[in-house]
Design a protein around this ligand. Structure first.
Ligand code: ATP
Ligand code: MG
Length: 268
């Protein structure tokens, strides 16, 4: 897979996490994590099972409240108590469960929870199916997403297509940051690479993306920078073009002591 450079990242910080801590009883899931997400970049978060990746993104999506530290969005401190707080700040997350309703069709899923209505006789609100279908069509076209049909219940669609619909829903609100936890994990090779293409396209449209993946081939194909976690700590944040897969494996398995001399400058 060919690496693709960021088209629009300015280096400006969109989200800053400072000294984030999270305890589950005696277990320290996050230990003083300080990490910045830059506008317009794809930042990949990697690390072994239990490293703290999901916990970290949950602090950004309003699902987990950190016990210490702070989060800033566009330089302003935020405190997310619920997922809605994060959404209001422009942060949208694609969960592994996708949150689709199998029996509904594509536009109904895209507009789930934010249905468009129209007034009949200027009085009675009614779902505006035609407008939702049109907006869905426009949205899919804008990102060159092709689906065999919009009218079938989504359970008839493939894993990759379902993933695409879950992402499309979030694009309706034009988020500042899109977070994805293992979006390619359950997909075949072809479908996975389509989702990767979509992620790159979204970045090129100006979106900022934080993505968790265990697949280093994927990570190196799309990410501008790679953040490595181990045992709740951030080990290093390396530009993908400046490192190698072997070097990242070293950091994942051995933490700071596994960092090559030439990557020491990226240590956290
Ligand atoms: N709700 C919870 N209650 C108790 N412990 C938790 C909870 N959520 C996570 N943990 C623990 O916190 C640590 C970090 O978990 P986390 O899910 O963030 O890891 P991860 O890097 O996402 O791992 P994976 O790659 O397996 O998804 C793990 O030891 C995990 O068991
Ligand atoms: Mg996880």
């Amino acid at each position: 897979m060919q690496r693709q450079e960021a088209a629009v990242s300015t280096g400006e910080v969109l989200v800053a996490m400072r000294n984030l801590d999270k305890y589950y009883g005696g277990l320290r899931a996050l230990a003083e994590v300080t990490l910045e997400i830059r506008k317009g970049e794809i930042l990949a978060l990697v690390g072994d099972n239990g490293a703290g990746k999901s916990t970290l993104i949950k602090t950004l999506s309003g699902a987990v409240e950190p016990d210490g530290g702070e989060i800033l969005v566009d330089g302003r401190p935020v405190s997310f108590k619920t997922p809605k707080d994060a959404t209001d700040a422009g942060i949208e997350t694609v969960h592994q469960t996708l949150g689709l309703v199998d029996t509904l069709d594509v536009p109904q899923n895209v507009f789930l929870g934010r249905e468009l209505t129209k007034k009949v006789f200027g009085l009675f609100p009614q779902l505006d199916q035609a407008a939702m279908r049109r907006r869905t069509h426009e949205l899919l076209q804008r990102f060159a997403i092709s689906l065999p049909t919009l009218n079938e219940p989504v359970h008839s669609l493939s894993g990759g297509q379902r993933q695409t619909i879950a992402i499309s829903r979030l694009l309706l609100v034009e988020p500042k940051l899109l977070i994805m936890d293992e979006p390619m994990a359950a997909l075949g090779v072809d479908e996975g690479s389509k989702v990767l293409d979509l992620v790159v396209k979204l970045r090129d449209e100006g979106l900022t993306i934080l993505i968790i993946s265990h697949n280093l081939e994927h990570v190196f194909a799309i990410a501008d920078r790679i953040a490595v976690m181990k045992n709740g700590r951030l080990v290093a944040v390396v530009p993908s073009a400046a490192t190698t897969r072997e070097a990242v494996v070293g950091m994942i398995t051995m933490g700071a002591s596994g960092v090559r001399t030439e990557d020491r400058q990226w240590l956290s």
